[in-house]
Write a protein that binds this ligand. Sequence first.
Ligand code: FES
Length: 236
Amino acid sequence: MINLFIDGKEVEVPEGSTVLQAAEKAGKKIPTLCFLKDINEIGACRVCLVEVEGARNLLASCVTPVSEGMKVLTNTPRVRRARKLQVELLLSNHEMNCPTCIRNGNCELKQVAEELGIREIRFNDGKKTTYSKDNSTPALIRDPGKCILCRRCVSVCSNVQTVEAIVPIGRGFDTVIAPSGLKNLADSPCVKCGQCVLVCPTGALTEKEYIEEVWAALDDPKKHVVVQTAPATRVA
Ligand code: FES
């Protein structure tokens, strides 16, 4: 077992635990976005940064292992500033149609932004990526405009489902999560299992809503007749 201090509180955790797990045990909440226990532990989003005594840089708590006597600070002004910066950068390249987004109400990005008290985005005038929405399958919608590149979907698709339908393509700012060769999902090995939707923290991967099928049917004159006549038949 390892003993360490989280915001001055001593905790004991099994060797090999992360600072995030130790903080959880100490009752300290650290925001996370890319972290998905046992599936995606890659330290990509840097939202879970903490200060560790003796370390020059802030460290991502989700991938930093604990060590004996370690002293961790989870909520200093420096930590809060760094987390805010990370989330503002994500929001600066995020499609801001939150009121009409299907994830409005349970978007992890929005929740973390609220928790950090973000009220403005300092980098709104910067460059934005312009990948278009993939509406090619009857089941899923992939919207790169809402993707935060956390790679949870990539991990679940590759390591859990072993399908490998989506991968990171490109580098740095231009990275996009998409089927290889920037194909549409319909032309990829995607089996529409929906696991990527379950793990996506935002509205970047969503299920098509039943209502869309209803509207599509109403727009089709033949189906429109069926929809209209079915209740009358039942009454007769
Ligand atoms: Fe730790 Fe993303 S949650 S880096």
